[in-house]
Design a protein. Structure first.
Length: 241
């Protein structure tokens, strides 16, 4: 749970701070696609193109993550997932420096598109680590999962499902609730910190990601997935319908 919450905390901070700074979300693809639809319908081509660029850049980030992980697996590279997070940390540090030093009209699009790429990269990495059970850059899926698990919990209490599912149900509820809470807390803290130190927030988040990645790399013989699986002990096998 620590890994999921840590990454969600960072993603929440970056996403909320970016919205506070320039008025766009870097990781909310549902909202961005909806805004794209609205701009296309009203013939607002220039803002529509920017929303399209956000979505495309997010997808590119996820694609890069998948390619790196696939290449690392083929070569048997230990810590392949950790190196993906390390890449995110390095690129985020560069983006933070650009946000601190870059002025003018290029700053907002660079910040949003850069974060969209990094959120796509992080989300794909965590998806691969957790076998698609966890998302850390947005909460729509996790909120849906909470609703599903609450429905299952009610059926268990009513005796409509066997008690054997109770432990799994509680584990999943705990996972998604804590991850959403971490994202929320990160968002609040991200805005408050960005108001004070602006782009240095990105450097702080990059340092935190570096420490997370370093912990995976220092496991040595095992891959980062092995370490992550130990931390994701609350993730039971996926149920079949």
């Amino acid at each position: 749970m620590n890994l999921a919450c840590s990454l969600a905390l960072i993603a929440g901070a970056l996403n909320a701070a970016a919205f506070y700074a320039v008025g766009f979300f870097a990781a909310n693809m549902t909202g961005n696609v909806s805004a794209l639809s609205d701009n296309l319908a009203t013939a607002q081509w220039r803002p529509g193109l920017f929303f399209l660029a956000i979505v495309f850049t997010f997808i590119v980030g996820a694609t890069v993550s998948s390619l790196l992980i696939n290449a690392g697996r083929r070569r048997g590279i230990a810590g392949v997932y950790a190196y993906s997070i390390l890449l995110e940390a390095c690129l985020l540090a560069l983006l933070g420096l650009a946000d601190i030093w870059l002025l003018g009209v290029w700053r907002p699009p660079l910040l949003i598109l850069g974060l969209a790429f990094l959120m796509g990269l992080q989300n794909a990495t965590v998806t691969r680590i957790s076998d698609a059970r966890v998302r850390t850059t947005h909460v729509s899926g996790m909120a849906t999962d909470i609703g599903i698990e609450l429905g299952i919990a009610i059926d268990i209490l009513r005796g409509r499902k066997p008690d054997g599912h109770a432990a799994e149900n509680r584990a999943r509820l705990k996972l998604h609730a804590w991850t959403i809470a971490a994202f929320l807390l990160g968002g609040v803290g991200g805005v408050l910190i960005y108001r004070t130190i602006e782009g240095y927030l990105l450097l702080i988040c990059a340092a935190l990601l570096f420490l997370i990645a370093l912990g995976g790399i220092r496991t040595g013989r095992g891959t980062f997935a092995t370490t992550a699986t130990r931390r994701f002990r609350w993730m039971p096998p996926r149920r079949r319908p």
